[in-house]
Design a protein around this ligand. Structure first.
Ligand code: FAD
Length: 389
């Protein structure tokens, strides 16, 4: 039986731990803090199949089923299947049409909607300036913290050895593989690097370079409103919002397309972000003066082509091959929570079966290191994405 050590107990690491334990693998799960204590705990919780690339849409099919199944177990987790609407103008229509056709081919229940239907779906939403949208009734939202801790309970029940407060300081694969932490070392067969924005740093401990850059994204929760809105992405403004359990609205984007240091970034939201988001909320919804209950910033992780890195790492500099005792699960852009069930399964497929349903995500596509690259938020439809006009 392969012993696997996972570094990072965010949604990705916990999902990998669960999927491996389900297949009988011995797993040690290490975190420098605690489960969902970093990026995952700051995510907006949006869950949607309306993504730009076919593998991601397939991944969301698996993930949505997984969220539903976890919801049915005896825990605190709920998947809110309230649908997800993207709104746009004629500028977005060709991209919407192109994407809906691909998403439907991949099995997602998505359709193009016109303003009259948008009014019926979410009556409080203003359709002024909106001429088209896309809608998927199976999409929705979930609380990323509750997801991760509930799944961790399931993983522990299957035998996962979870060690919070265990910062990894070294990975030595000279003879047997040893992971060193501030509170002792672990002998293992395979190391999974699922350290979110710290993944490039942790990878260097294994003498591996991965093309991942952390970048800031922001979110806020307004004071209570007296309506429900489901989940909406305004593709023209590049802003998303949804009803929050507290009664307010969770509003987000504020993406800063520059690299940030995970140990030294501004974790509070920018004043300009609060002002801009309040204006969008007041324009789109029956809210006169949006009060702010809470606001924050966290770090997403970009790759050169916007696709995740899930698999064995690229070649070490100056060598023909990368190590087979290391698996990377990082670079999830701003969509890592929603794809975490599929990513965790892919990690278990790589370790248990030597292959995955997502060869497009292999880090070995960067065997020739891509050098410097620009950070791009993949949710936007502004013509940057290779699949879009
Ligand atoms: C404001 C905001 C909104 C977002 N909204 C959404 C959304 O609506 N939907 C969505 O799908 N995604 C969203 N995301 C993205 C999502 O949060 C991430 O893609 C996802 O949480 C990444 O999970 P992770 O497990 O890779 O990383 P993390 O949750 O950061 O977990 C990594 C873990 O590794 C640990 N670690 C790091 N270094 C070490 C070390 N040396 N030793 C041991 N442990 C270590 C950390 O303590 C941490 O717990 C959002 C992100 C932000 C910032």
């Amino acid at each position: 039986m392969t012993h696997t050590t996972i570094i990072g107990a965010g949604a990705i690491g916990v999902s990998a731990a669960y999927h491996l334990a389900e297949r009988g693998v011995d797993v040690t799960l290490l975190d420098k803090g605690h489960a969902a204590g970093e990026t995952t705990g700051k995510a907006g919780g949006l869950v949607f199949s309306q993504l730009h690339e076919a593998p991601d849409v397939r991944a969301m099919g698996y993930s949505i089923d997984f969220f539903r199944e976890l919801s049915e177990l005896d825990n605190h987790f709920t998947y809110h299947e309230v649908g997800f609407l993207r709104t746009g103008t004629e500028a977005e229509r060709p991209a919407f049409e192109q994407e809906v056709s691909m998403q439907r081919e991949e099995g997602a229940d998505v359709r193009l909607v016109e303003p009259d239907e948008i009014r019926d779906i979410y009556p409080p939403l203003s359709v002024e300036g909106v001429t088209v949208g896309t809608y998927a009734p199976d999409d929705g939202y979930a609380d990323p913290h509750t997801f991760t801790t509930s799944l961790l309970d399931e993983a522990k029940a299957k035998g996962v050895d979870y060690r919070p407060g265990a910062k990894v300081t070294g990975i030595d694969s000279s003879s047997t593989t040893t992971v060193e932490t501030e509170s002792g070392s672990v002998q293992t067969d395979v190391v999974v690097i699922a350290a979110g924005p710290w993944s490039p740093q942790v990878a260097t401990l294994a003498d591996v370079e991965i093309p991942v850059k952390p970048y800031r994204a922001q979110a806020l929760v307004t004071t209570s409103v007296d309506f429900d809105i489901g989940t909406v992405y305004d593709a023209h403004e590049g802003v998303y919002f949804r009803s929050e359990q507290s009664g307010g609205l969770l509003v987000g984007d504020g993406t800063e397309e520059v690299e940030s240091d995970p140990d030294e970034y501004a974790q509070t939201a920018d004043f300009e972000f609060l002002v801009e988001m309040s204006e969008v909320v007041e324009r789109s919804l029956p809210v006169d003066d949006a009060g702010i209950q809470n606001a924050w910033a966290g770090l997403c992780t970009a790759t050169p082509d916007g696709r995740p890195l899930v698999g064995h790492p690229p070649s070490r500099p100056g060598s023909d091959s990368g190590p087979d005792d290391v698996v990377i699960a990082a670079g999830l852009q701003g969509h890592g929570f929603m794809r975490s069930p599929a990513v965790g399964k892919a990690v278990s497929d790589i370790i248990c079966a030597g292959k995955t349903d997502y060869p497009e995500w292999s880090p070995r596509r960067f065997d020739e290191h891509p050098g410097d690259f620009e950070i791009e938020e993949m949710l936007k439809l502004d013509g940057k994405h290779p699949n879009l006009i």
